[in-house]
Structures are given as structure tokens and as C-alpha cells.
Write a protein that binds this ligand. Structure first.
Ligand code: ATP
Ligand code: MG
Length: 466
């Protein structure tokens, strides 16, 4: 009955529909080899099938294998309920916030096993109105109704994510023409795009994420509503957006992802202050963000770690000067104004995206370091070098310079200082004492007029305003 309801809403021309009988690709019709698949994932599927349940590999792993990409992980979909799955394995645990899933553990590897689910019934089918499954904008709030394999295909987001692979028969079941879209490099929503974005606005971010990661286009009917619906992201819990934003920017394709987010009007929903800075001071802001994301992509390619704090520090930094100036105009001295602006900016941002304290604290430290790096006299430089945040602060300084900020060669100075031996270092500090040292130089050397002009060139910690 539910299926009928959905079909009656659909115009067959524009919407990718799931079929009741899938297209079946036999092993000779697709390139996936059993040997490319985690043996644990295969054993979970085999075990469930032997116990009489349906079970398949599904989602990202099938999509990625078809594209010759190494899957991040292997997910299983099954007709068995979580309790039934758990009963089959000694090493299985039921987890779940939004919905129940089973994690089957094999040493470090986890095979996530989910029961087939259906799209949620419409509100008017709900018995208890305050348990309503959708809010006014159509967003699904609960999503935990089990269903058939076909239902499961239909509730998935994109056609390319709705392919089911059976490692026993080595066949792929394709309910939504996903193989065709993989072939044509298209990210296409299943069902009516507007409705699917309204149900879950995060799908707009996922469309961008997959387009960037796979270098696919977003199919035009799936792309068209995004710009208009982007404001729906405001209704998504900030904690979920944090998870999604990390996936967006730590995928190894952050620059392209950023471009798409900006083009589709999504960036401003995630980072309103940063988007405002992009308008006010476009060249500097865009260069700084691109360079930060480029570094991130490179580090990920090289298998190095990346810290989200550095990334957030960069995305927000260009939004600081306007705020600092506003506070200074109200009579606040520069350093407290900078502190207050930083505090304001982060407080506003965490309401949108719940960046945890373990990241917001380092953001502040990286920014604070920008004020300290110009002050090098006496023992200060050596103390800074010992600071655990020095490296991030120094990298951040170089990032600012790469975006065109004038610091009077502060980055080079620090580069040289790190390479220098003790006596060279003493010489470098001596050389400094004859020059002005920036905003916190000893008072007696402060001269009005000429000082103000030069403070930028000395590496004052405020980002370039227009
Ligand atoms: P990745 O390689 O990034 O893990 P993935 O496709 O596996 O990509 P996941 O977030 O792990 O993405 O989700 C697994 C599967 O669950 C997806 O392939 C998709 O079928 C389904 N899915 C995930 N999120 C949604 C959503 N918001 N709406 C509908 N289906 C979703
Ligand atoms: Mg996945």
C-alpha cells in the first residue's frame, strides 16, 4: 500500500524509480571479484544466508568496487532483525542512535550489518501524532521501520548507493539503474529530489561529497533543487552536521568539495561567517581556504594525519577582522577585541556545527599563537618553540602568508630560527632588538604614527582586512 502511495506521487519521466524486479548482473557482466572483498564481510553474508536470511553487500563498497576504488569498509544489508543477526555471531554487538545496527567484530575490522528498512510511513498513517515521523518541512525524524529488500533499495539516497552484491552467487541486484549511473558518472537521487532532500537535507551534502570524491556530475534534476533547499540544513542537528563536515573535508577532495558547496549555496549554511568573509574580502578568503584545503588533501594523499582544528581555524580566520574592528570601534583595545571576536565567532559556529571542545580549544590556541609569533625578544622565541602548539601556529602563519598577508617576513624568520644553531639564534634575537617587534613590543619603544603603519608588516596577528 505504501508502495502504491509513493508511485502515485511520481512522474516517471523525471524521477529515478526503484523497480520491483531488479536488473541482475551476473559475474560475467561486472568486474567485481570475490578476492577484492573482505573475507569477514563474505563470511557474515554466508552465515546469514545459511541461516535462511537474505544478505548482501551494499552501498559504498559495491559502488567503489565497480569504480575500481578501494572501499573504506564493507556494509551488509539483511532480512534478519538486529536480534537475529546477533544470535548468529558471538562477536556481534547491537548499536544505534538513529536506528539499530549490528557491528560484527573481527579483530579490528567491523562489518556493519543493517536490517532492510523501508521509507517511513506518511504522517497520516501514524497513530500517535507526537511520534510523528516528519517535521513540518518534511524532515524524517525517525527512520526505523523494517522492510523488504525492495523497500531497502527505495529508501537509499542515490542510485549508485543502492546496488546489492551477493558474494555467493557473485551477482549484483540493481533496483534503481545504479549501474547505468555509475557508467555515466552521475549522482542521481532515488525518487523525487525535492521530497528526498526535504526528508533529509544532509542528502544535499552527500550529493556534493560523492560528486567530488568520485568526480561525478550531479544529475540535473537532482542538482536543480539544491540551491533553493540549502536553508533546510539549518534544521539538521549540529552534531550530525559536524560528522558530515568532517567527511566532506577529510575525504582527500576538499578543494573540489568546497567549490561545489559554494556553487550550490551550501557553504554559507555550514559556515555563515566564513561565507560572509568570502563576499567581503573574496580574494584573500578564497585563497586562504583553498590553500588550507589543498594542504589537507595533500596530507591525506601522503597518509599523514590532519587536524580538524587547523581546518576550522582556517575557514573562520578571514571572518575575524571585521569583528575585531567592530569591537575596537566600540572602544575595546586590540588584544581583548581579538579575544572577544574569536570567542564570538566560535560560539556562533558551534551552534551550526557542533565542533567539540577538543577542537575548539586548539582553534583558539592556533589563533593566539598568531599574536605571539611576532614577539620574539629575550627568551620568548625559545619558549614559543617549546609550546606544543608551535608547529600548528607556525604552519598557520605560513598559510596566512600564502594567501597574501603581509607579515614582514615573519614566516621565513621562524623557518630560519628553527634551522639555526644556538649562537645563530642568539644573533637573530639580537638583530631583532634593534627593530620594532609588533603589537606587544616593550612600551618604551612605542612611537605613535609610524608604529601604527608598520605594525602589519611586523606580523601583527590580525588577518588582512580589505
Ligand atoms: P562512504 O564511502 O563515504 O562510506 P557510503 O555510500 O558507504 O560512502 P555511508 O554514509 O557509509 O556512505 O552510508 C552507507 C549507505 O547507506 C549508503 O551507500 C546509502 O545507501 C545509505 N545512506 C546513507 N546515508 C543515507 C541517507 N541520508 N539517506 C538515504 N540513504 C543513506
Ligand atoms: Mg560506508
Amino acid at each position: 500500500m505504501l508502495k502504491k502511495l509513493f508511485k502515485s506521487f511520481r512522474s516517471p519521466l523525471r524521477r529515478a524509480q526503484t523497480k520491483s524486479t531488479p536488473q541482475v548482473l551476473s559475474s560475467s557482466q561486472h568486474p567485481i571479484k570475490r578476492s577484492e572483498i573482505s573475507r569477514y564481510a563474505i563470511s557474515v553474508v554466508e552465515r546469514l544466508q545459511q541461516a535462511g536470511y537474505q544478505a548482501y553487500l551494499v552501498g559504498g563498497c559495491v559502488r567503489d568496487l565497480l569504480l575500481d576504488i578501494d572501499p573504506k569498509d564493507f556494509d551488509v544489508a539483511t532480512s534478519a532483525t538486529p536480534e537475529q543477526v546477533r544470535a548468529e555471531f558471538r562477536n556481534a554487538r547491537i548499536i544505534g542512535r538513529r536506528f539499530k545496527l549490528v557491528h560484527v567484530h573481527f579483530g579490528r575490522e567491523i562489518i556493519e550489518t543493517a536490517t532492510f528498512r523501508a521509507n517511513h510511513p506518511q504522517d497520516d498513517e501514524e497513530e500517535d501524532s507526537h511520534l510523528s515521523s516528519r517535521n513540518e518541512s518534511g524532515r524524517i525524524l525517525r527512520d526505523n521501520v523494517y522492510g523488504t529488500l525492495e523497500d531497502d533499495a527505495q529508501r537509499r539516497d542515490f542510485t549508485i548507493n543502492a546496488l546489492y552484491y551477493d558474494p555467493v552467487t557473485e551477482r549484483i541486484l540493481d533496483y534503481a539503474n545504479g549501474a547505468h549511473d555509475i557508467h555515466n558518472h552521475l549522482v542521481r537521487l532515488i525518487g523525487d529530489p525535492t521530497q528526498r532532500y526535504q526528508e533529509d537535507p544532509v542528502r544535499m551534502l552527500r550529493a556534493v561529497r560523492f560528486a567530488a570524491k568520485l568526480d561525478f556530475d550531479i544529475e540535473k534534476h537532482s542538482a536543480a533543487p539544491i540551491y533553493k533547499l540549502a536553508p533546510l540544513l539549518a534544521g539538521v542537528p549540529a552534531a550530525r552536521l559536524f560528522d558530515e563536515v568532517l567527511k566532506l573535508f577529510l575525504s582527500g577532495y576538499a578543494i573540489y568539495t568546497y567549490e561545489l558547496l559554494v556553487d550550490y549555496g551550501l557553504y554559507g549554511q555550514l559556515f555563515p561567517a566564513s561565507a560572509a568573509a568570502l563576499k567581503q574580502n573574496p580574494d584573500y578568503t578564497d585563497t586562504l581556504i583553498r590553500n588550507a584545503l589543498g594542504n589537507t588533501d595533500l596530507r591525506i594523499q601522503q597518509g599523514k594525519t590532519v587536524t580538524p582544528a587547523f581546518l576550522f581555524a582556517a575557514l573562520l580566520w578571514p571572518a575575524l577582522p571585521a569583528r575585531v574592528i567592530r569591537l575596537q570601534e566600540r572602544g575595546m583595545p586590540p588584544i581583548p577585541a581579538m579575544q572577544e571576536a574569536a570567542h564570538e565567532l566560535i560560539s556562533e559556529q558551534v551552534q551550526r556545527i557542533a565542533v567539540p571542545k577538543r577542537f575548539t580549544l586548539p582553534i583558539r590556541e592556533i589563533w593566539d599563537m598568531q599574536e605571539r609569533l611576532p614577539r620574539r625578544s629575550g627568551k620568548r622565541a625559545d619558549l614559543l618553540l617549546e609550546n606544543p602548539r608551535f608547529r600548528a601556529g607556525y604552519d598557520f602563519l605560513l598559510l596566512r602568508e600564502s594567501a597574501g598577508e603581509q607579515t614582514g617576513g615573519l614566516g621565513d624568520w621562524w623557518t630560519d630560527y628553527q634551522d639555526a644553531n644556538d649562537s645563530e639564534r642568539r644573533g637573530m634575537i639580537r638583530d631583532l632588538s634593534s627593530k620594532d617587534e609588533g603589537p606587544n613590543a616593550p612600551r618604551k619603544r612605542r612611537r605613535s604614527g609610524s608604529k601604527r603603519k608598520r605594525s602589519g608588516a611586523d606580523g601583527a596577528a590580525q588577518p588582512a582586512a580589505d
